[in-house]
Design a protein around this ligand. Structure first.
Ligand SMILES: Cc1cc2nc3c(=O)[nH]c(=O)nc-3n(C[C@H](O)[C@H](O)[C@H](O)COP(=O)(O)OP(=O)(O)OC[C@H]3O[C@@H](n4cnc5c(N)ncnc54)[C@H](O)[C@@H]3O)c2cc1C
Length: 369
């Protein structure tokens, strides 16, 4: 196994559950597990509202949310179902809200319902909009804690970067920082580096990972009463992310963000095409990376009382988003299998929510001829 993020650890656990006694090791290049996307995300347990029905995201998010709930119960990890509203700020956004409602119902999102502006105020007294969707089961969790629970009983070697995987007739030669290891099968869950590892192992260069830095602000503690649960805007369909949202964290902090700032992948033609498209879309999320004023302005559209002075500096994380050569953002999860190797080539949000279901999917695929 390559990668000690939530997906690599979930796959390791699933393999050991199905075949106890399997000789398995997770090689992680950092000095500890979960230091990248897994430990730097919004902490939301999504319920599957956004994703096109029939997509891997739609199916694995729903299943993943259920499996995650069971895992948290089993390990005593706090998972709070604080609920989420997606707010339409104006009449123009109503059609997109309708489409999200239709998708959510088709995806089986539990308890999903449409709210009027007045009903929205009952759920979130400080939010304002012409209508909203309410997903009462959407929750929050500390994904680092989940990763630690998944790693229990798994042999993880940290500080060991894998350079490449060489397929042989019998298996895979794993070339890594400490030498070489022969494996029967390798699953590579390398997050931001998944494309580099795949290419170094002789896989096609398409799609490439384009990293987007997501910065957050924190609500001042005395202003946390502005939110009860998660408050999201209707996403701009031209952008791959969900928009600046307000997210209570399990430790009591409230995150505002994340922004989306392209921070690499400039050698890939697709990146430039994406950048041009974002530019035309108004770059609003990218702008927000720069100033608290832009963050506050984005969030004020649906929480009008929020002021720039309510925001404090917050954490950030880098999102791994696959982009094809022609500049299309690869929306769905991508799992690419060869004879003895499986590369996870795209696992953006809701990858953490879906991790246990992605693991099932991968282990099923390894079992198939
Ligand atoms: C800002 C942000 C907000 C998000 N919000 C949410 C959310 O609210 N809900 C949700 O469900 N999802 C969310 N996501 C997405 C979610 O975090 C990811 O889908 C998920 O963490 C992916 O897990 P992973 O194991 O693939 O990647 P990672 O957590 O990035 O792990 C990959 C691991 O592989 C290791 N690695 C890389 N290359 C090598 C190598 N060559 N050799 C050895 N080890 C290697 C890395 O060091 C790393 O530990 C968010 C992501 C970000 C960044």
């Amino acid at each position: 196994m390559v990668g000690g993020g939530i997906i690599g650890l979930a796959v390791a656990r699933e393999l050991l559950r199905r075949r106890p006694g399997t000789s398995l090791v997770v090689l992680e290049r950092e000095p500890a597990i979960a230091l990248h996307q897994t430990g730097r995300n919004s902490g939301v347990v999504h319920q599957g509202v956004y994703y096109p029905p029939g997509s891997l995201k739609a199916r694995l998010c729903r299943r993943g949310a259920d499996l995650l709930t069971e895992l948290c119960d089993e390990h005593g990890i706090p998972l709070e179902r604080c609920g989420k509203v997606i707010v339409a700020s104006n009449e123009r956004e109503l059609r997109r809200l309708d489409e999200l409602h239709r998708r959510g119902l088709e995806n089986g999102v539990p308890g999903l319902r449409r709210l009027s502006g007045a009903e929205l105020r009952q759920v979130e007294p400080h939010a304002a909009g012409v209508a909203a969707l309410h997903s009462p089961e959407t929750g929050i969790v500390d994904y680092s804690a989940v990763a630690r629970a998944l790693a229990a009983g798994v042999d993880v070697v940290t500080g060991c970067a894998v350079e490449r995987l060489v397929e042989t007739r019998e298996g895979v030669r794993v070339v890594h920082a400490a030498g070489e290891t022969l494996a029967g099968t390798v699953v590579a869950c390398a997050g931001l580096r998944s494309d580099r590892l795949a290419v170094a192992s002789g896989e096609p260069p398409d799609p490439r990972i384009v990293p987007f830095r997501g910065a957050y602000r924190l609500l001042r503690p005395e202003r946390r009463e502005l939110v009860r649960g998660l408050i999201y805007p209707v996403p701009d369909p031209r952008l791959p992310f969900l928009g600046i949202h307000l997210t209570p964290r399990i430790d009591g902090e409230v995150l505002v963000g994340p922004s989306a700032l392209l921070v690499g992948g400039l050698g890939w033609p697709g990146t430039w095409r994406v950048a041009r498209r974002f530019w035309r879309a108004g770059l609003s999320e990218l702008h927000a990376a720069a100033s608290s004023r832009a963050f506050a302005a984005a969030a004020r559209r649906y929480v009008p009382e929020l002021r720039r002075g309510d925001l404090l500096p917050g954490p950030s994380g880098v999102r791994a988003q696959a982009v094809s050569h022609d500049g299309a953002l690869v929306d769905d999860f991508v799992l690419a299998r060869t004879q003895h190797t499986l590369h996870v080539r795209n696992a953006p949000s809701p990858g953490a929510t879906s991790s246990l279901a992605i693991a099932e999917e991968i282990v099923n695929s390894l079992a198939a001829p």
